[in-house]
Write a protein that binds this ligand. Structure first.
Ligand code: GRF
Length: 193
């Protein structure tokens, strides 16, 4: 594996709306010598996203725009281009991206979803898995396309659902696996870095 110095890495933006544990995990990954990406921008649609604290902690530029989707995406696009961003990781970003936005970064946006897609697209995945008596739940890293949670799957990881699991306990177990597979999926996408 070739050593990547900061300048050669793929400039990446991470989109968040919440806690940002995946963001933190991706930042740590990006700092490894052999990681193909550098995280240059944190984007959020809300000031309430707790994960924004990582901007200060890791000295990464952030952009928060809390507007209606059309205006917000237009501003984000301008900002992404200005910062020469080539790759986008969604990590708990709670707005659905428009067809037009996705077209501007075709094949360059990935997402982590807390279910074994194609099962349980959208919200409340853990509750649904438990209600359906699933033996396994899990998470999926996939490309983002205009159809919600339906793009090509890059990597998945299963976890066992126990009889006493609640949506909260299951979410915790799955989140741990999310932190494992998100960096792995990025290494799969950029194998020659
Ligand atoms: C994760 O469960 C992710 O799969 C989903 O939103 C959650 C974000 O968690 N898309 P965090 O903000 O990264 O802690």
């Amino acid at each position: 594996m070739k050593k990547l110095i900061g300048l050669n890495k793929i400039k990446t933006a991470v989109f968040i709306s919440g806690n940002g544990s995946n963001l933190k995990n991706l930042i740590k990954f990006s700092k490894k010598k052999n990681s193909p990406i550098s995280i240059n921008l944190i984007i959020s649609n809300t000031l309430r996203a707790k994960g924004l604290k990582y901007s200060k902690r890791y000295k990464i530029k952030k952009k928060i725009i809390d507007l209606d989707k059309k205006k917000l995406e237009k501003k984000f696009l301008t900002f992404l281009y200005k910062n020469n961003i080539k790759f986008i990781c969604l990590a708990g970003y709670m707005k659905i991206l428009s067809k037009n936005f996705i077209k501007n970064f075709k094949g360059k946006i990935i997402n982590i979803h807390p279910s074994l897609l194609p099962k349980y697209k959208g919200l409340n995945t853990h509750k649904k898995a438990i209600e359906n008596n699933e033996k396994y739940a899990g998470c999926t890293v996939h490309y983002v396309t205009k159809q919600l949670d339906s793009g090509k799957i890059i990597l998945q990881q299963k976890v066992r659902v126990n009889r006493n699991d609640t949506p909260i306990s299951l979410a915790k177990k799955v989140l741990k696996k999310e932190h494992l597979i998100y960096p792995k999926a990025i290494n799969i996408i950029f194998p020659n870095s």
